[in-house]
Design a protein around this ligand. Structure first.
Ligand code: ZN
Length: 198
């Protein structure tokens, strides 16, 4: 009976695992997403981009070079005004910046079920994670920023130096929310200046 029970438990977990995989599978390599909310002098931004765009790989970091590439990318992503350049006249400064690498296993709450299957093979937790991530494939960088802009009326353009920093990035889908509504844009490498028309 114990065997039957665990089989049912694994089946029950499948839809949730499939759904999580769909989320990261849904990202398109070369395409990032930037959401910007402007409220008075406060500008809140959220950024997502595939690992392929930022470091050129999405497997779990193995070599020192991989780890160094991820650390360097996170450091660059923590400097939003160097990537998404606002007009000097807006006098923006960064009040908060966070960046991290998200991989599938870090969101997989059902990982414990898999570990039970492999327990006899003597893998420790660390090796198990590496193997899983290699098979799974997709990672994303995620960043959140808060800016304070002394003169928000001067926020008329954003220059995406992001494309120079990350050669694999091709496009960013931008959504801007202000008190007057929401607007969507696509900013491409060929034309990296977003005119906010305000
Ligand atoms: Zn991917």
């Amino acid at each position: 009976m114990k065997h039957v029970f665990s089989f049912i438990a694994v089946l029950a977990a499948v839809p949730a695992i499939a759904e999580e995989n769909r989320q990261l599978d849904a990202h398109e390599h070369g395409v990032g997403a930037l959401n910007i909310a402007i409220d008075g002098s406060t500008v809140a931004m959220e950024f997502h981009a595939p690992g392929a765009d930022i470091v050129g790989f999405e497997y779990a970091a193995k070599s020192d070079a991989d780890i160094a590439a991820i650390d360097a990318a996170i450091a660059r992503l923590k400097a939003p005004l160097d990537l998404f350049m606002m007009a000097d006249a807006a006098a923006c400064s960064v009040t908060e910046a966070r960046a991290e690498l998200e991989s599938e296993e870090s969101h997989d709450e059902h990982d414990e079920d898999h570990k039970d299957d492999h327990a006899e093979e003597g893998h420790d937790d660390h090796d198990g994670h590496d193997d899983h991530a290699e098979d799974a494939g997709h990672t994303e960088f995620h960043a959140e920023y808060t800016l304070d802009c002394e003169n928000p009326a001067a926020l008329t353009q954003i220059t995406f130096a992001y494309f120079e920093a990350f050669p694999n990035a091709k496009e960013v889908e931008v959504q801007i929310i202000t008190t007057s509504g929401a607007q969507a844009f696509e900013v491409e490498r060929d034309a990296p200046v977003l005119d906010l028309g305000r």
